[in-house]
Design a protein around this ligand. Structure first.
Ligand code: ACM
Ligand code: ZN
Length: 766
């Protein structure tokens, strides 16, 4: 009896304990907090009411054991007090994936409309446990707040994609990726398995697909368009046994794996393996650089279709998914235009053109897959030339394709580049190479997958959305993690949470906790959201600067230091006044914990810094910097960074500046900080002319008589320099500086005949 009372006491703590604000992502439909906490101990029983839930229950047990050292016994018996009860009951809410989680004095109950729903309830449970996971010692109890949660998903398709063609990721990472999806209640893993740069799935009937197609001889270094290669052979593919293992792993987590077998484009790895599949018959090679390639499957030969049907037969054996993704994007028509077999096919089928041939291709494959009980998904190019009857469209080139498909009563998955391409940069100042673009976290969060132009009935065709992860510039797992986190957490809320419940403010509140959890689990992520925005402004007093710092999250504090040591630094209250050379390091903090990356800015003062400056020609609107002031803001661009935001760019025009040194000043030298990058049409000036003006009214006569210095520059001889120095022994108040634009780009150079750019970032006067 005494034991029982002790046990009962253990199950609840005082009702006056402060209640936490729960942090669940994606935010549930409805959360009602109670007062008090449920304590779960090794005496707590796990009651599994339906056989189908046994595996899910064992995963929960495993999780509690690994993370909390807590081993729960299972029971099938009902009505055990203070148990964790898992149950399927679709009477209360029949929506696919709907669950109810109740924690109160009597125990914890997760009731779902189906197995997946109970799994989602468990994912929520794992996020509300108030006890820290163990590090070395075991817990005897874990604490769960009294709460009642009603929840269900907004969209039926909640997807994340991964391209394993450009870079290959091991089975262990694919499982981790699936775990990430499960945690945030995604239900679809779109596995992009074939590409120009590698065929990654074993097909028994066509062994060369992996013998030849899974290896490339080398890989491009740096951004697309470059000419450096690593000269390292790069290989990788999944055996059918591994594919089965991954599909089972995902199925256990209620995640459907949609395989993508690309056609007719992005197929050179297959062509390199079986050259007869192409229009020219080769030779082809597995590609070593990125982009869109002209060699595609020949649409004229039946052997292409026989091959693809054989491949798809094996794919269907491995993947139970109702959907098979057949690609369809970025298929140039150059080869088809010149191929007799393709032209014959156009003629025989009275097709209008090569776009109609693409439509024929997709429809033929669609018909085959449909006859086997499967449906296709294709990128939005499959609209061109007419949609296949049962096709679902993945809208990636914006939302237009999706809108058009929905208006034709076809199902749609929204993946517009503008909001869903997680390969795009998260910061304008990205610290590692990405494909480019700019997709900040808050833009992903703000995404609304249902375009307002659709009628209510058409809108029903928007099944959901998906984050796409193309891996040209992600060659190891931690880079993938960096690119998806925290944006896939934001997207999970787009997909799950009713739009009226979505709250950026609340997501922003949860974000540090989400990051902290990732950090503890050793998962990489981007903290770009917390990057400080810095602005340098002229101070009221000539010769001084003002350094303004802003955080997007206004709840965070900003600290700064002049010696790199935050502990001895200051809290930022208002813009910092700077009157001498200095290096300022700043970061955002929450509860004493550093949240953002440190931002370091070096200021180098000279006689012109912070002085009044005016320009005759304004900089081009593409490179405006912060106006004329940019040239005297104390920031001297480091050559290796050459951040374009810190330069003024003049297209075909001269730099013509007047600086007021505020008082009569002795001058030894004037230095112009410039950029010489002929490949980008940027040239050194051909001449610099400096006039030293006295401290009087600047009449024409005075200007005419003032001392002048002229320096000629040979931009071809002086290649690559970033500093032009003019030595002067002068006394003046005003400096008139003219840097002549190079003029038209000489022949034999990129951009020949066009006006050259002149890029200047600082005028230094000593
Ligand atoms: C795509 O991004 N080419 C679908
Ligand atoms: Zn052909």
């Amino acid at each position: 009896m005494k034991n029982l009372i002790a046990f009962w006491l253990l199950l609840q703590t005082s009702s006056i304990a402060a209640q936490p604000v729960l942090s669940i992502t994606p935010m549930p439909v409805d959360v009602k907090m109670g007062k008090g906490n449920l304590l779960v101990s090794k005496n707590t029983q796990l009651v599994v009411e339906s056989r189908e839930l046994e595996h899910t229950a064992s995963m929960l047990q495993e999780y509690l054991k690994i993370n909390y050292g807590l081993v729960l016994k299972t029971s099938k018996k009902n009505n055990i007090p203070n148990a964790i009860v898992l149950k399927i009951d679709n009477k209360t809410n029949s929506i696919d994936g709907a669950y109810k989680l109740v924690a109160d004095r009597s125990g914890l109950y997760i009731t779902g409309s189906n197995e997946a729903a109970v799994f989602y309830g468990i994912q929520t449970l794992l996020q509300i446990i108030q006890t820290e996971p163990i590090t070395n010692s075991k817990h005897t109890t874990i604490q769960i707040p009294f709460v009642s949660i009603d929840d269900y998903p907004r969209f039926q398709y909640r997807g994340m994609h991964l391209d394993v063609g450009r870079h290959f990721f091991p089975v262990s990472f694919i499982k981790k990726y699936i775990d990430y999806l499960a945690t945030y209640k995604y239900n679809t893993f779109h596995w992009h398995l074939t590409e120009d740069q590698g065929w990654r799935i074993e097909i028994k009937k066509y062994p060369k697909l992996t013998e030849t197609g899974s290896c490339r001889d080398r890989t491009l270094i740096g951004r697309y368009g470059g000419t450096n290669y690593d000269n390292t052979r790069y290989c990788g593919y999944y055996t059918q046994e591994q594919v089965k293992e991954i599909v089972q792993y995902a199925t256990d987590r209620y995640i459907n794996v949609v395989p993508e077998i690309e056609m007719p484009g992005h197929s050179t790895a297959a062509l390199a393996s079986y050259p007869s599949l192409g229009c020219t018959k080769g030779p082809y090679k597995v590609m070593d650089t990125w982009g869109v390639l002209e060699d595609v499957y020949c649409a004229g030969n039946d052997s292409t279709f026989n091959f693809l049907q054989d491949v798809l037969d094996e794919v269907m054996q491995l993947f139970p998914s109702k959907y098979i993704h057949i690609g369809g994007d970025e298929c140039p028509k150059e080869r088809w235009k010149k191929c007799p077999a393709c032209q014959q096919r156009i003629k025989d089928n009275q097709l209008k053109d090569e776009h109609a041939l693409q439509s024929y291709f997709i429809q033929r494959i669609e018909k085959y897959l449909h006859s086997k009980g499967r449906n296709i998904i294709g990128w939005d190019e499959i609209l061109e030339g007419g949609l296949a009857p049962n096709a679902t469209v993945m809208s990636w080139r914006g939302e237009e394709g999706g809108i058009e498909a929905a208006q034709q009563n076809h199902d749609v998955i929204m993946t517009p580049g503008s909001h869903c391409y997680l390969d795009h940069s998260q910061s304008k100042n990205e610290d590692s190479l990405t494909i480019g673009g700019y997709l900040p976290l808050e833009k992903v969060y703000a995404y609304e997958p249902v375009p307002p132009v659709l009628t209510k009935d058409q809108a029903k065709h928007i099944l959901g959305a998906q984050g796409n992860v193309w891996t040209e510039y992600m060659n190891y797992p931690s880079k993938v993690e960096y690119m998806i986190f925290p944006r896939m957490q934001a997207l999970s809320e787009v997909l799950w949470t009713p739009s009226i419940k979505k709250s950026w403010t609340d997501f922003e509140r949860r974000l540090p906790g989400l990051m902290q959890k990732l950090k503890k689990a050793g998962i990489n992520y981007s903290a770009a959201y917390y990057d400080l925005k810095a602005t340098i402004l002229p101070a009221e007093k000539a010769g001084e600067l003002v350094y303004k710092l802003e955080s997007k999250d206004k709840q965070l504090t900003i600290q700064y230091t002049k010696d790199g040591n935050f502990a001895a630094g200051k809290a930022y209250q208002s813009p910092i006044q700077i009157d001498q050379s200095n290096t300022i390091t700043a970061a955002t903090f929450k509860d004493g914990l550093q949240i953002s990356n440190a931002l370091t800015q070096e200021f180098k003062f000279n006689l012109a810094t912070g002085k009044k400056i005016s320009l005759v020609n304004e900089a081009h609107k593409s490179y405006p910097g912060d106006g004329a002031f940019t040239l005297v803001n104390g920031v001297q661009n480091e050559k290796k960074l050459a951040r374009s935001a810190e330069f003024l760019g003049f297209l075909g025009k001269d730099l013509d500046a007047l600086i007021d040194l505020n008082t009569l000043t002795d001058i030894q030298s004037v230095k112009l900080h410039v950029l010489d990058q002929n490949g980008s049409w940027i040239y050194l000036p051909s001449q610099i002319e400096i006039t030293y003006l006295p401290d009087t009214d600047l009449t024409d006569a005075i200007i005419e008589q003032a001392p002048k210095e002229i320096k000629q520059i040979d931009p071809i001889k002086e290649k690559g320099i970033s500093l032009i120095t003019i030595n002067s022994q002068q006394k003046c108040r005003y400096l008139h500086i003219v840097a002549r634009n190079y003029g038209n780009i000489p022949s034999g150079n990129p951009g020949a005949g066009n006006p050259a750019w002149l890029f200047v970032d600082e005028i230094e006067v000593n």
